[in-house]
Design a protein around this ligand. Structure first.
Ligand code: FES
Ligand code: FE2
Length: 483
């Protein structure tokens, strides 16, 4: 506790043993600089109020002051490849249409009929034009007004003023982002250094191969924060400890909108050190339960004498991913073929990095502070020269179903992990409401991404972000290395 901690400054404590940076030093290949960059910043140790998660008033402030001013991922390109394809993107009480144009550009509109306010569409699909199902006002797919039935009764409306209101669009890495705030910085400035760190993994060459969604009875922040730290593995996911360096993960924060956890895989958890486990045990457990490598379940990788599970598994993946995805991985670092690079783009997108099939999480209030639509995708690399497959439709799990019911998409190993995560979350929301002191506490290091997230959220709620407020992403000072 703080009273007798004394020897280290707050934020300097680290789990004993090798950390992610130490594993990078042993990598068989050159490691990109952005992975070597350690960028931790101590941000204070104050508790957070549970009302941030439970209060309808706080939720309303988030909608008014934050959600309306941020870039948020509304679709992947492969969800709407053809002219006329439309994605309905909704969140809380907001609804938008993302529409592929004839020239393959993308426009986004408020999904609202300008006659008497019906939602223009309730589902994604293909559309020759945007026709309201109530009285039949019609807009062209470019948002211009096409037709008003009983035009004689609407002489007061000027066609030139009846275009559908647009929302800003940015496209990067196969993702389509929207922003309601006309004065927000351009996407790449706003998201810096996202492109520098994630660009190497070329998500624009990937497609949505698996996609599962489920409504979770917990606040959208509580759900997303369950994926911002690895250290809950020791109790929530004990079966992955034989191949996961959970507590030795590295946590880096950048500017206002970007942070990451880097968790080494194919290594023994510090919680299991000294129990006599062999390197072969580590690799066998990795193949059985990692799930992200799209294993068939029959793989066997032998650890040669004198080497490690990590080196053997990386070498195997270097060959296997080249065969699976038709792209050369000879320059990929071991870390890029094994580890969890769980990035977060504020406020609700988590695209993983690395050359393994990439997980992408998205969290949306659904529709209020007590419920969240949690989506999990797996992006697969598309072999060169092959047409990009259309995104597989989302499998929307019912309240009664578990993620194991989505195992045809996620595979049983990943589905089991997500079910373990979800088993906590309804009780997190209930516990926050039942709390006596109405506060939660955060670890200074392993939960720095949660604190970073709330710091940025507070900037929006205080009106310091968006609406033209100055907002340059600053590089945080690196933590001084000890000894
Ligand atoms: S509300 Fe859309 S046409 Fe009337
Ligand atoms: Fe988890």
């Amino acid at each position: 506790m703080a009273d007798d901690a004394g020897k280290l400054k707050f934020g300097e404590a680290r789990c004993p043993g090798p950390n992610f940076s130490d594993y990078l030093k042993e990598d068989a290949k050159p490691v990109p600089d952005f992975l070597l960059d350690e960028n931790y910043e101590y941000m204070g140790s104050e508790p957070l109020s549970t009302e941030r998660y439970t209060s309808p008033e706080f939720f309303k402030k988030e909608l008014d002051l934050m959600w309306s001013r941020v870039w948020q991922m509304a679709a992947r390109e492969e969800e709407l490849p053809e002219p006329g394809d439309v994605v309905v993107y909704k969140l809380a009480d907001k609804s938008f249409l993302i529409v592929r144009q004839k020239d393959l550009s993308v426009k986004a509109f408020y999904n609202v009929c300008l006659h008497r306010g019906r939602l223009l569409r309730t589902d994604s699909g293909w559309s020759k034009e945007l026709k309201c199902p109530f009285h039949g006002f019609i807009w062209n797919n470019d948002g211009s007004l096409k037709e008003i039935p009983c035009q004689w009764d609407f002489d007061h409306l000027k066609k030139s003023e009846m275009g559908l209101p647009e929302v800003r669009v940015a496209r990067w890495g196969g993702y389509i982002f929207i922003n309601e705030d006309p004065s927000a910085p351009d996407f790449l400035e706003w998201s810096h250094p996202m492109a520098e760190q994630l660009g190497r993994y070329r998500h624009e060459e990937c497609y949505t191969a698996s996609w599962v969604g489920k409504v979770i009875p917990a606040n959208w922040k509580a759900v997303s924060e369950a994926f911002m730290e690895a250290w809950h593995s020791v109790v929530t996911h004990p079966h992955i400890l034989p191949f996961t360096g959970d507590a030795n993960s590295r946590y880096d924060v950048y500017g206002d909108h970007w942070n990451r956890a880097l968790t080494p895989f194919a290594v023994l958890s510090p919680h299991l050190q000294g129990k006599g486990h062999s390197e072969q045990f580590i690799i066998d457990e990795f193949l059985k339960s990692n799930g992200r490598g799209a294993e068939s379940g029959d793989e066997k990788v032998t650890v040669p004498n004198g080497t490690t599970a990590r080196k053997a598994m990386a070498a195997a993946n270097r060959v296997r991913f080249t065969e699976m995805f038709g792209r050369d991985h000879s320059d990929a670092a071991d870390a890029e073929l094994l580890d969890a690079f769980t990035y977060n783009l504020f406020p609700n997108l988590s695209p993983w990095g690395g050359f393994m099939p990439n997980i992408v999480y998205r969290w949306r209030p659904w529709p209020d502070q007590d419920k969240t639509l949690m989506e999990i995708r797996l992006l697969f690399r598309n072999p060169p020269g092959k047409p990009m497959p259309r995104a597989t439709p989302m499998k929307f799990l019912t309240d009664e179903q578990t993620f194991m019911d989505g195992a045809d998409h996620l595979g049983p190993a990943l589905a089991a992990v997500f079910d373990q995560d979800m088993a906590n979350l309804p009780y997190v929301q209930d516990g926050m409401k039942a709390s006596k002191n109405k506060r939660i506490e955060l670890g200074n290091y392993q939960e720095i991404r949660i604190r970073h997230f709330h710091r940025t959220l507070d900037k929006y709620l205080a009106g310091h972000m968006g609406q033209g407020a100055p907002m340059k992403a600053k590089k945080a000072p690196a933590r001084k290395k000890k000894g």
